[in-house]
Unconditional design. Structure first.
Lengths: 742, 150
């Protein structure tokens, strides 16, 4: 393992660290590295395909002879399946196969639970057949919210099981109680968040077909081709070598598409039954009810703060619900800040709602919402600038630099209301901020083939997927940097499990796993090309370098294409393997967002005017796409803060807004000005010094907006989404409190 | 029935209940336009009908007979992108790309009717289109650039 020193840090701060680089890997790019392509605006390499409609998603695949499958799903929040009769449906014209998920007698504990799937010659015939299934349900009472599920005698989501699991406890209550006693001020509040659905525009769906030799070919709308392959191997009981998963394009995932979904199981089983290709895409309604969701939370909190702004005690009693699944219902609260003595209890609660799946920074938007709002409450209680209070509780140089930058860009000291809500008039403006943290550096489990052909073309191959984050473009950029070429010269192919292994796109780990593997492959291929050139030029290979399409050194030179012409019949093919992470400057991605809002105190309407987002994720590879991720994170966060809410009818457990007309996703008219500042950090840790930006970008928006609403009005909305009725209620509460004091 | 799509008469044999969107996608293999919400609530299926942006999931194919249908596939000339498409790529007005064909056609309709839209007019012109990845502000920039170039 070669040891070397590298300069890490950012503009305004640097230091040298020693790193142990795995054998055969290039050194990480230091702070002063002169990079030609990395860090610039590289347009998306598959952009042209997407803007012309030529990009083919799973949903767009129509192989000859393909059947269409549709799913019948439970119409009630809780029911048992009394009888199921699909004889008539099966006899309808065009119907070719039926796959039953649940036989009569089974419990259906949520709206959307899959009952059966039918394959037919046309999409319309499949829909007709679903409508013709005769089915009787026996409805059961439901528990649709955390509060309802906790009430004594609440209907059990699963018969014979408690709705809540035993609480997970961390910290010591006695220490927190003692610290609270010594605090200058104690603040408390119960903060809640709603269920958010991923709402990927391409719903879950799969096309399955069995080839003549019995092998299985699966097209999946997925964020984990290899994950789906593993699931398909298990389901089909075929050997690993007989299952291949393809995924050229994915219409969004946001955490919901890590596995073979029920629609995929139906497609495979129906393809086996009918010996025809079968495509099963779920409907929008089904996507909302069963496609996954961010768990709702109730966070009851108490904090003690000292006169100097140091938080001395932090107490959280958290309940989260992932519907019928209890996984992933935790909240990232507390985090980022020191916050003195801490105690937390976490309880997962079953409700009659579709299962949760990981969603963009699981646990974070909801946890950060509650924590950052209560921190503002602490600042308000002692009359301190909320930004100042944060600096008292975290003095990390990256956070401080980002806070200062964000504050300057939003006009924190000039535009913030020094006394919240003090401004006169009906429409009031205010500023708020919040921070994010994300720990994911990527790691082993990614291999990339880099192929240099005799004609000078370069191919890069990996079996994982690009869910729209820009993985292809990141790979092209890294390889182009290493080979001294332009990114558009690099052809990147993704989404075929016959190609080298790659990670599932979860945890923001795809780019920092595949990126460094790509660089390793390019580096190794480059050594071989330089060796060919050296031989031809009669110089030592170590005296030659490759830059800007030229191999040169010792007064000799040769173009990249001339060197490629020296390649024999076999192209240069090198496999870059992602090694383990090594010494780093930072093992986390920092970030903060500042929001300016306008609140109409008569209607309760909130408009976001401007959001400044400052985020790092180690080295910025493609500035254009990095900022796009940041902007997308803000927009999804704004949508979560003000609009989105998965509403269940409390009597029947039916989702009342399982569509895109009444499940409100922020649209063009809701857009504020968004300023994205990509905070470039030379980091080491891997040969690109990079992390992923997908998830952190989404974390602090809701909290920043909530704090801005408080700053504008002096009224605290403690529940998401911040709807006009809640704003008006908070204004009334604030008014009553003032009167009470008077 | 015969549908005039991107300047060509295309014959399709379909049931009367088939929507224009499904006729294009399932019978003519023009898969650019997407069925995302199937309720006219997201604009993913936007095509131009006699130059006007419509949600093709909300109308029957038979109602498009005798009219001119323009889809995203007809916008570029061969490999040369339409200036609007080039602006989308330049400003990264797309991520997963699933809303993009509908967005591009909605922008096309907007610019056809208003060659110099203000930012507010752009927002209003695209009000029927949803993007889940959050590319709106990039798209606004793309429309502003394209407006200068067309």
């Amino acid at each position: 393992m070669p040891k070397l020193k590298t300069k890490v840090g950012f503009r305004g701060f640097s230091k040298e660290i020693e790193v142990n680089i795995p054998d055969g890997e290039p050194a990480p790019w230091g702070l002063d590295a002169k990079l030609r392509v990395v860090g610039t605006d590289v347009p998306r390499v598959d952009g042209a395909l997407k803007v012309t409609g030529r990009a083919k998603y799973t949903y767009d695949q129509h192989p000859p002879g393909m059947l269409w499958a549709k799913i019948l799903h439970a119409p009630w929040g809780s029911a048992s399946l009394k009888s199921l009769d699909y004889a008539k449906a099966k006899s309808l014209p065009g119907v070719k196969g039926v796959y039953v998920f649940k036989e009569a007698g089974r419990a259906l504990p949520y709206h959307g639970d899959e009952i059966l799937a039918i394959a037919a010659e046309s999409e319309e015939e499949a829909e007709d057949a679903i409508a013709a299934v005769k089915i009787e349900y026996e409805r059961r009472p439901v528990s649709t919210t955390i509060a309802a599920a906790l009430k004594p005698g609440a209907p059990a989501v699963f018969e014979g099981e408690q709705n809540l699991k035993p609480a997970k406890l961390t910290g010591e209550q006695a220490k927190v109680d003692a610290a609270l006693k010594g605090a200058a001020k104690v603040v408390e509040g119960t903060y809640t968040t709603q269920i958010q659905t991923h709402s990927s525009l391409e719903p879950h769906g799969t096309l399955a077909m069995f080839e003549k030799d019995g092998s299985l070919l699966v097209y999946a709308s997925t964020q984990s081709t290899f994950g789906v392959k593993g699931d398909a191997v298990k389901l089909s009981k075929l050997p690993d070598s007989k299952v291949r998963v393809l995924c050229e394009m994915v219409g969004g995932g946001f955490g919901s598409k890590m596995h073979l979904a029920p629609s995929g199981m139906a497609a495979i089983e129906l393809a086996r039954q009918t010996k025809r290709p079968v495509k099963c895409m779920v409907t929008r309604e089904h996507e909302h009810t069963t496609g996954g969701q961010r768990p709702a939370s109730v966070q009851k909190m108490k904090a003690g703060v000292a006169r100097d702004g140091k938080v001395v005690a932090w107490q959280v009693e958290h309940h989260g619900t992932g519907g019928v699944s209890q996984g992933g219902s935790g909240a990232a609260n507390p985090t980022i800040y020191l916050l003195g003595e801490k105690v937390k209890s976490e309880t997962a609660v079953f409700t009659n709602s579709g299962p949760s799946t990981s969603m963009r920074a699981p646990g974070h938007p909801q946890g950060i919402w509650a924590m950052e709002c209560l921190l503002d409450d602490c600042a308000h209680a002692i009359g301190m600038d909320p930004l100042e209070l944060r600096k008292k509780n975290n003095d990390d140089e990256v956070y401080v630099a980002q806070w200062d930058l964000g504050a300057q860009k939003i006009g924190w000291s000039e535009r913030r209301q020094k006394v919240p809500g003090k401004l006169g008039g009906i429409v009031k403006r205010g500023l708020g901020m919040a921070s994010s943290i994300w720990r994911q550096m990527g790691g082993p489990g990614a291999e990339v083939d880099v192929v240099i052909h005799k004609d000078g073309s370069v191919e890069v191959l990996n079996g994982a997927q690009d869910i729209g984050t820009g993985t292809r473009t990141v790979m092209a950029t890294v390889v182009a940097e290493e080979l001294g070429l332009r990114p558009e010269k690099i052809k990147v192919s993704l989404g075929d499990t016959r190609w080298p292994v790659g990670p599932g796109s979860g945890g923001s780990k795809t780019a920092p796993s595949i990126g460094p593997a790509s660089r390793n492959g390019a580096y190794q291929a480059k050594q071989r090309l330089i060796a060919l050139a050296a031989k031809k030029l009669g110089v030592d290979a170590k005296d030659l370098g490759l830059e800007g399409g030229l191999i040169s050194g010792k007064g000799q030179r040769m173009t990249f294409e001339e060197a490629c012409a020296l390649i024999g019949n076999e192209p240069i093919r090198e496999r870059g393997v992602r090694g383990k992470n090594y010494e780093f400057y930072k093992n986390l991605a920092h970030g903060c967002q500042f929001a300016e809002v306008e609140v109409d105190t008569e209607t309760g309407n909130v408009r976001v005017i401007k959001v400044v987002s400052v985020q790092d994720a180690g080295r910025v590879i493609d500035k254009l796409l990095f900022e796009s991720q940041m902007i997308g994170g803000v927009i999804q966060g704004l949508s979560y803060a003000l609009h989105e809410n998965h509403v269940l009818d409390k009597n029947y457990g039916v989702q009342m807004n399982a569509d895109l007309n009444t499940y409100k996703i922020a649209g063009p008219v809701d857009m504020p000005e968004i300023v994205a500042v990509a905070f470039d950090l030379a980091n080491a840790g891997n040969n690109c010094g990079m992390m992923g930006i997908g998830e952190p970008a989404n974390i602090p928006t809701a909290a920043a907006i909530g704090n801005a609403v408080f700053n504008a009005t002096g009224a605290r909305v403690r529940s998401l989404p911040i709807t006009p009725d809640r704003v008006l209620a908070a204004l009334a509460e604030a008014k009553a409190a003032v009167k009470g004091k008077g | 029935m015969v549908l005039n799509v991107n300047g060509q008469d295309r014959k399709v044999t379909i049931e009367p209940r088939v929507t224009l969107l499904r006729a294009l996608r399932n019978h003519l293999d023009l898969t650019g336009a997407k069925e995302i919400c199937d309720r006219g609530g997201c604009g993913g299926c936007t095509v131009l009908l006699d130059g006007k942006a419509v949600n093709s999931c909300m109308m029957l194919a038979v109602d498009a007979v005798g009219k001119k249908v323009a889809t995203v596939e007809g916008l570029a000339s061969g490999d040369k992108l339409h200036p609007l498409q080039a602006a989308f790529v330049k400003h990264d007005g797309l991520q997963c790309g699933f809303c993009t064909p509908g967005m591009v056609m909605a922008c096309k309709a907007l610019l056809d009717h208003n060659k110099t839209p203000s930012l507010t007019q752009i927002k209003q012109g695209l009000a029927g289109n949803i993007c889940r990845c959050g590319t709106y502000t990039r798209i606004f920039a793309a429309v502003q650039t394209a407006a200068k170039e067309i």
